[in-house]
Structure formats: C-alpha cells, structure tokens
Design a protein around this ligand. Structure first.
Ligand code: ZN
Length: 595
C-alpha cells in the first residue's frame, strides 16, 4: 500500500512523502489489572495531559484530540479519551501517556478498546481474586461467559468488547482500520500460581490473536504484544511470574517486554506512582513507534539481519565426532555456520556407545576458529532442574571455563541437557548470556524431504526464528535414517538464502534481543532525517550490528553516517539497507529522491 502510493506520487515530488497519508485507522487493545485500570491520582497527571482538562481543579474531565476509547463496555461505542479509572473516575494509568504521545505523531483519530479490572489473575480459580479470571483454558471458557453476561471470564469480556467495537464502529470507518498492538500490564494477582504463569499468559495472547484472526479474516497471528514486568518492590511481586514474562518475550518474536523492576510505587506497595506510570507509558509508545507503520520517513529496524523474512539456527547436541568430520565441513562449503553444544566431561570419549565417539578439544577449537559456535550443554549432561546451586555452578560455569580454555571463545549461550528446564533455572542460567535454547524442533530420524520442505515454508509464513536440534547424523540418538535427507535439506535452504538468515544460535539470539529492546527517535532534518538509537542492554553482549531499513523508493542518492563514519548502504529495488551500531550514537541520513 505504501509503495503504490509513492509510485503514484513520485513525479515532481521532492523530499519525503508522509508515509501514513493513506493509512487505515489505527486501533489498539489495552488490558490488564489495576496498574492498567489506573491507580495514580489525576492531580498527578503530567502537565501536558492536564492541559487537555476542562476541569482544572480535580482534572476529572477533558478530552484528547484524537484518541477515542471504549473502556470496559460491551456496546462498541467510543468516547473521546480522558484518563478515568473503572470505578473511581479521577485515576490514570500508563496508557494515558502512551495515547498522548501517539496522537502527537499520528495527528489523526485512533481507537482503543480497553478492558481492565483490579485484583484479577489469569489463573482460575484463585480465591484471593474476585471470581473473575483472564484464563484462556478452553474447557473453562466453554463453561462460562463474559462478566457482562453474568459469567466469570474477563477474556470473553475483552473479546466481546472487541467484537462489539468492530461491528458497531470500526467496520463503519471510511478507509478501514487495522489493529496495531495489544498492550498489557498484569501479573500481581498471579503471585500464588507463578509456575503456570508462562503457559497462562502465552495461552491468553494466542487466544486474542486467534480471535482477531477469526473475527476479521485478517492474519493477526503476529500482532505485537507489549507488556511490562511487576516492580520488585511490589508486595505481590514473584520472581517466577517475571521469569514467565521473560520467557514469553524470548520465545515470541512479537512479544515486547518492558523491564519495570525498578518501578517506584504508591504507599500501598502495589501500584505504580506517577513517575513509574509515565515511564511505562513512554516505553510502550517507544515500542509502538517501532511496530506501527507510522510516519518515520519509512525507517524501521529489520526483525532479522539484512531484513530477511525468517531465520534458522542449526544446533547439534552432545558433540558427536561426525559433527566435526561431516557437519562442519558441509556447512562451511555452503557458507553456513552451526552451533555445537558440548559436554566437557565426555569430550574425546572414543568408546563406541550410543552417541559416541565424541569430538576432541582440538576439533572443537578448529570449528570455533572456522566461525562455528561451540557452546555449553552442561559439563556432565545433568538435568539442571534437579541441581542445588553448588552443583548447578559446576555443571554450567565449570563447563564455560573448560570450553573457553580449550577453544579461546567464551560461551554466551546454553543448551539445557535433555531440554529439561523451568522458569527459575532459565532465569539463573541466562544471566551473562545472549540466550539459552528454550524452543527447538527435532531434525533427525523422523525427518523426510517432504516434511522439511513444508517446515521451511512455515518459517516464511510465520516470519519466525527456527532452531533445529540434531544429535546423530549416521549414528547416535535420533540419527537420520538416511543422512542425505539432511544434506539435501541444507542444499534446499541454500536456495532460499535471499530471504532466510542462516546464523548461529548466538548470532540470532543477540540480534533479535537487541532489535526488540532497541528504541529510537527519528527527527527530520533539511536533507533527510536523524535516527538516535538507544539500547538498554549489556553492551558487552549486545553490541551487534543491526540492519536499518528505509522503505522510501525512487532514491537518487543517499548517504548514511554514524559517529562521523560513512556506513555501507545497499540500495534494492524496494528498499535501502544499512547496518548500524546500536550503541554508536545518532545516524544521519541524507537523501535525494528522483525527480
Ligand atoms: Zn544432549
């Protein structure tokens, strides 16, 4: 749509064309518990919001210029937004800040469907809560209905509200509408059911995405989900709830988590105060401005390196000798690099048993030198969920040290032996790493040419990062019935490399994490624009080049500089790409369009 508009208008137009000129009306969904409903007094609203109030004593009434909201209502009707709590009128939450910032950028009407109720958990039943739950458990949902219809399901209240909004208002908008994101803050009331939080939250997000897809016929499976952690000072804080959130943000390429660990609270030690609510609202906006097609001169940061559509990492467990003698050379020939997970204890084990013989340190060093990732799979392949802290240190940290000593490269990732893991052990092991293998698909005895080709197609449809787990090629656990299936698969993948990034686990994990956490501002200059990136992650782990994309077509000339240095620019028929340093300061883009 963007491109068609530009092509139609490019003649005689100089400078940048507002890319949102024909955009559909933007719609957001916002939901959660009390910190989303709002618990900060309107007397503490930021001054720029107070300026929109008609009641300048209590700041109870007023209207935003463009934001329309349907808040906790089932009739699909919208009113001009001004911050209000569900029960107590004079209260606001983070979203008031997000909407304000969004309307500054959009300068056009947009719609929010909001549903928030204090003290509510996802898990049911939860007798500490109010008899209403967000759970997406299908058996339970089949037995209940929305709150408005006399049931107990907040999720059905939300989806009923969305459906009513679509039927009564959104479908009647000229030019159509698009749902851009799902904003969420919740988790406090699940502190009694922390172990199920990850699964509960994931099911909820999937439910909303599937519901939207079914309702509209448009694929919302990749709807951005933007959420925040609970402050560690909160009296309902639970580290496993936070670990569950981090895991979802890790596993789901379209989930964006804002770290609110240091969020300051009101005297009740439950609710964000004005500075924390403002911060969360601003961060929500920063992520929205990345994921929404709003006017940034067509600038965005690619989800995957070189703006490829999907990514795949080939990972090999247990360091079988044929990983060194067969796999690594084959991959190098194709220009690919793999990830090899090593158990220090069994390196150089030459006995012929299941999964043996194993590589030597010398071979692993050569593989590391050739650019493969040689990383940690536990020293003795023990189930890390069953170890005490001292044993865990030995299993993980000692193996790091061994690998470093023998290969010269310190592992920055980890692969759970037997894939055994839980949210608390993930949180411990991920410290100081770019990532750990928390999801994978098996490549081995059950693989066939047909099912692998189908899988590759899926990567493209979903735009996902696939992580392949392989043990044996010719021998050992889950070995291929015919090794040619694997070699042909690699050849097939090579033919699709134009839009598929084949990278080591470490490289893709670092890129995707940095890309998600990155925020930036874009300001227009006389000859183009300046992007100022900001990345609040450990620089020693995440200083990786990110790919900037400019959607603007018909460029005559473009130069991109960062820190006084000219960056290499690749001009393609439909876009322009360049790699930048997320910690390298402002990026100056100077461009001229064809006449
Ligand atoms: Zn293993």
């Amino acid at each position: 749509m963007i491109r068609a508009f530009l092509v139609g208008c490019c003649l005689g137009v100089m400078g940048l064309i507002p890319l949102n000129a024909q955009a559909k009306t933007h719609v957001l969904i916002t939901a959660g518990q009390s910190n989303t409903d709002g618990r900060v007094s309107n007397k503490q609203l930021p001054a720029y919001i107070k300026a929109l109030a008609t009641d300048t004593v209590e700041y109870l009434d007023g209207a935003y210029r463009y934001c329309k909201i349907a808040q906790n209502r089932a009739d699909g009707q919208f009113v001009s937004f001004f911050p209000k709590g569900r029960i107590n009128q004079g209260l606001w939450a983070y979203d008031a800040v997000t909407y304000y910032q969004l309307e500054q950028v959009l300068q056009q009407d947009f719609y929010v469907v909001k549903y928030a109720v204090g003290g509510t958990s996802i898990q049911y039943p939860n007798d500490s809560a109010k008899g209403r739950y967000w759970s997406a458990n299908p058996d339970w949902l089949a037995k209940t209905v929305s709150i408005e219809k006399g049931g107990q399901s907040l999720l059905l209240s939300l989806t009923d509200a969305i459906d009513a909004a679509i039927d009564e208002t959104l479908t009647k908008l000229e030019g159509g509408y698009t749902i851009d994101a799902f904003l969420w803050h919740q988790g406090e009331s699940d502190n009694r059911y922390p172990k199920t939080y990850y699964a509960n939250l994931k099911a909820l997000v999937d439910y909303v995405r599937n519901h939207l897809t079914a309702k509209t016929g448009i694929d919302y499976s990749q709807l951005p989900f933007i959420f925040g952690t609970v402050s560690t000072a909160n009296r309902q804080y639970h580290p496993l709830v936070e670990a569950g959130m981090r895991r979802l943000a890790n596993d789901d390429p379209n989930a964006y988590l804002i770290d609110m660990s240091n969020g300051t609270l009101l005297g009740d030690r439950l609710h964000f105060d004005a500075p924390a609510a403002t911060y969360l609202g601003e961060e929500m906006f920063n992520i929205l401005s990345k994921v929404m097609p709003i006017n940034h001169h067509g600038f965005r940061v690619a989800t995957f390196k070189d703006d490829k559509r999907a990514a795949v990492s080939y990972t090999f467990d247990d360091a079988l000798i044929e990983h060194a003698t067969l796999v690594a050379p084959r991959m190098e020939k194709l220009g690919f690099r793999g990830t090899f997970w090593v158990n220090g204890r069994t390196v150089s084990d030459t006995s012929a048993a299941l999964g043996k013989p194993r590589t030597s340190w010398k071979q692993l060093k050569q593989m590391a030198r050739a650019g493969h990732e040689v990383s940690n799979h536990g020293w003795a392949h023990r189930n890390v969920t069953r170890l005490n802290p001292e044993e865990l240190r030995h299993e993980v940290a000692f193996n790091d040290t061994l690998i470093y000593r023998h290969t010269g490269v310190f592992p920055r990732t980890f692969c759970y032996p037997g894939n055994s893991k839980n949210d608390s052990v993930i949180a411990v092991i991920e410290k100081g790493r770019v990532g750990t293998r928390t999801f994978q698909f098996s490549l081995g005895s059950k693989s066939t040419k047909e099912n692998l080709e189908k899988r590759v197609d899926e990567w493209f449809t979903k735009g996902e990062w696939a992580v392949a787990m392989t043990h044996g090629i010719n021998y050992g656990y889950d070995a291929f019935r015919n090794a040619d299936v694997f070699w042909e698969h690699l050849n097939h993948v090579k033919t699709r490399e134009d839009s598929l990034w084949v990278g080591t686990f470490s490289d893709v994990a670092a890129y995707t994490k940095a890309q998600k956490a990155l925020t930036y501002s874009v300001t227009a200059t006389s000859k183009g624009f300046t992007v100022t990136p900001h990345l609040n992650l450990d620089e020693t782990l995440f200083r990786v080049p990110l790919t900037g994309v400019i959607e603007q077509v018909h460029l005559k000339k473009i130069t991109v500089r960062q820190g006084g240095k000219r960056l290499k620019v690749r001009i393609l028929p439909d876009k322009t790409l360049f790699d930048f340093d997320p910690y390298g300061g402002p990026i100056d883009v100077v461009l001229t369009l064809e006449k």
